[in-house]
Ligand binder design. Structure first.
Ligand code: GAP
Length: 516
C-alpha cells in the first residue's frame, strides 16, 4: 500500500476509534488544532508518564516544574523570540497559497533522495544476491549526478539560512524550478519573515492593557525559575528541571495531522552544567534519549540522528531524533546545547543575577544548559504510526479478511484488558463484572458484551487492548477463563486468580524503565 494511503487510513482510524478528533468539528474544524478522545487522552497520559518517570523518578538530580503559560512579555524579548522566532514565507501568486520557503526546498531535496533510493532498489532487484549497494552508489552515473545536485543544493541552502538571505532563498526555489503543488506554476512572491508567536492582551484597555504572548516553548518557564528551584531544592550542578506543558505557534504550514499543530504539548528538560562540560553532556543526553525511544521496541532502524547544519541563535550543538513516519524520516525530539545564552539574557534584561555558586570550585558562574525537547503530540503520532498494522487473515472458507491492530506497547495501551462474557445469560455477565470490579484498581479495564465474540476481539484489536478475557460456560465450573493475546491472537486457559499477576507483569512501566 502507498505510504500516503497508510497515513490517510491512520488518520481515519484515530477518529473512528476515539483517539483524535478535529477541534470544533461541528463548526467545520479549526486548522491544525485537534482534540484527544477517550482513548487518545489515555495514550497521551501514558506517554507523559513514561517520559516524566524516566526523567524525574530515575534521576536524583532532575526535578519537575509546572510554570504558567502567560509570562512577562520581556521574557520573549530576552530569549530572542520577539526578534528571531520567524519562518521564511513565500506565496504562489496563482494559487494564492502560502508556503514555508525552507520546507519547499527540503521537499525538493527529499525528491532527489527518493530518485536515488529508487535507482538502488531497482538495481537490488536486478542483481539480487550479487548486489553491492556501496559500489553501486559510488559508480552509477544517475545516482552520482543526483548526489552532486543534493550536496550542492544543501551547501547553498545552509549558507542562505545561516546568512538569513531571503533573496537567495527565493533564488534557490527559482533555480531548482520548484513549483506550487496546487497551481503547478513558478509565479512566486518574495520571501519574507513571519513571527510565529501568538499574542493577546492582559488587563482592560482602560487600565492600559499589556501585550503578552502565549509561550511558544515551555523552556523559558524553566530558565526564569532556575534559581528558585536550585535554592529551594538545594540542587547541585549538574542538575535538571523537567516540565510538561502546552505551547503555541502560529504555524504557517500546518499539515500532516498532529505532526505540526498550532496548540501542542511539549516535554522539555533543561540540564544545567559547568561551562566547558556541555559538549560531553550533550553527547550523553543524545544517547540517553535515543535509548528512551528505542526501548519501545519499534525497531532501531526506524530512528536516526539529524545533526543541525544551521544552529539556532542560542546553540553550540544541536541534533534531532528522527523517526521514519509514513511520510519519511522526520523530527520527533530536539537535543540542543543552549550554552549560557538564555540565563545570560535573562540576567541582562531583568537585572537579576542568574549565577550559581559552585561550592566545589569556590566560585560563581552562569551555568551552561543542555536541553531535551520532545512534542507529546508528535510522539503520539510516532507511536500510532508504528503501531498501526493491517494483517491479512485466511478464513476457514478460504477467503481472506483484514485485521486492523494497534500494536501498542502494553504499558502505553489506553485499555489494558477487556472482559467479555461469551453470552449475556447463564450468570456469565455477573462473573465478568466481578472481574472488572476487582481489577479496575490495578488496570484500565473495559466490560464488553455487545456483538459476537469475534467482533468484540476485532474492536479491541483496533483500540490496541493487549488482553481480552473471555468468560464461558466452563468458568462457573472451574473458575478458569481464556486470555487472548492481541498480537499473536493465541489463547490460553488460566484461573481468575492468576489474571492480576499475568497482566501486571506485561503492562508494567517498571520493566520498560529498567531497560533504560
Ligand atoms: N525549546 C526548544 C524547542 O521548542 P523545537 O525543535 O522548536 O525546540 C521541540 O521543538 C519539539 O516540539 C519538536 O521536536 C516537536 O516534537 C515539538 N513541536 C515543535 N513544534 C511543534 C508543532 N507545531 N506541533 C507539534 N509539535 C511540535
Amino acid at each position: 500500500m502507498a505510504q500516503d494511503d497508510v497515513f490517510k487510513k491512520l488518520v481515519a482510524h484515530c477518529k473512528e476509534y476515539g483517539y483524535v478528533f478535529p477541534s470544533s468539528e461541528i463548526y467545520d474544524g479549526l486548522s491544525a488544532v485537534y482534540d484527544y478522545g477517550q482513548y487518545g487522552v489515555e495514550l497521551k497520559n501514558n506517554i507523559k508518564k513514561y517520559w516524566w518517570d524516566s526523567m524525574v523518578l530515575l534521576n536524583d538530580n532532575i526535578v519537575g516544574l509546572d510554570s504558567a503559560i502567560f509570562m512577562h512579555p520581556t521574557i520573549w524579548k530576552a530569549s530572542g523570540h520577539v526578534d528571531a522566532f520567524n519562518d521564511p514565507l513565500i506565496d504562489n501568486k496563482d494559487s494564492k497559497k502560502r508556503y514555508r520557503a525552507d520546507v519547499l526546498i527540503e521537499e525538493h531535496l527529499a525528491k532527489l533522495e527518493d530518485k536515488i533510493t529508487k535507482e538502488v532498489e531497482k538495481a537490488r532487484e536486478r542483481f539480487a544476491d550479487t548486489f553491492d549497494e556501496k559500489k553501486f552508489r559510488e559508480t552509477n552515473p544517475r545516482v552520482l549526478a543526483n548526489q552532486v545536485k543534493i550536496d550542492e543544493l544543501n551547501a547553498r541552502f545552509a549558507k542562505a539560512l545561516n546568512d538569513t538571505d531571503l533573496a537567495e532563498i527565493k533564488q534557490i526555489i527559482i533555480d531548482n524550478e520548484i513549483v506550487c503543488p496546487i497551481s503547478g506554476t513558478r509565479n512566486w512572491t518574495d520571501v519574507r519573515q513571519f513571527n510565529l508567536m501568538f499574542s493577546t492582551e492582559m488587563g482592560s484597555t482602560a487600565e492600559g492593557a499589556n501585550k503578552i504572548y502565549l509561550r511558544p516553548e515551555t523552556a523559558q518557564g524553566i530558565f526564569v525559575n532556575f534559581l528558585n528551584v536550585q535554592k529551594t531544592g538545594r540542587m547541585k550542578i549538574p542538575f535538571g528541571i523537567a516540565q510538561i506543558g502546552k505551547a503555541f505557534r502560529n504555524e504557517i504550514v500546518a499539515r500532516q495531522f498532529i505532526f505540526r499543530m498550532r496548540e501542542f504539548e511539549q516535554m522539555e528538560m533543561q540540564f544545567f552544567v559547568q561551562p566547558g562540560s556541555e559538549l560531553e553532556w550533550f553527547k550523553k543526553w543524545k544517547e540517553t534519549r535515543m535509548n528512551w525511544h528505542q526501548a519501545l521496541g519499534f525497531g532501531s532502524e526506524n530512528y536516526r540522528f539529524h545533526d543541525h547544519v544551521k544552529l539556532a541563535h542560542y546553540a553550540n550543538a544541536a541534533t534531532d531524533i528522527e523517526y521514519k513516519f509514513p511520510f519519511g524520516f522526520k523530527e520527533v525530539e530536539g537535543i540542543h546545547s543552549r550554552t549560557d545564552y538564555d540565563l545570560k539574557q535573562h540576567q541582562e534584561f531583568s537585572g537579576k543575577k542568574m549565577q550559581y555558586f559552585d561550592p566545589e570550585k569556590g566560585e560563581s558562574y552562569v551555568p551552561f544548559v543542555i536541553e531535551t525537547s520532545i512534542g507529546v503530540d508528535r510522539m503520539f503520532l510516532q507511536i500510532v504510526s508504528a503501531a498501526y498494522t493491517e494483517e491479512e487473515l485466511k478464513k476457514e472458507d478460504g477467503t481472506t479478511d483484514i485485521r486492523v491492530v494497534l500494536r501498542l506497547p502494553s504499558f502505553l495501551a489506553p485499555v489494558k484488558l477487556a472482559v467479555m462474557p461469551l453470552v449475556k445469560k447463564d450468570g456469565l455477565p455477573a462473573i465478568a463484572e466481578k472481574i472488572v470490579n476487582d481489577l479496575r484498581f490495578d488496570f484500565n479495564c473495559q466490560y464488553d458484551d455487545k456483538d459476537s465474540i469475534g467482533r468484540r476481539y476485532r474492536r479491541q484489536d483496533a483500540i490496541g487492548t493487549p488482553f481480552c478475557i473471555t468468560i464461558d460456560h466452563q468458568t462457573p465450573e472451574d473458575n478458569t477463563v481464556t486470555i487472548r493475546y492481541r498480537d499473536s491472537m493465541a489463547q490460553e486457559r488460566v484461573t481468575i486468580g492468576q489474571l492480576r499477576d499475568i497482566i501486571k507483569e506485561k503492562v508494567s512501566l517498571q520493566s520498560l524503565l529498567k531497560k533504560l
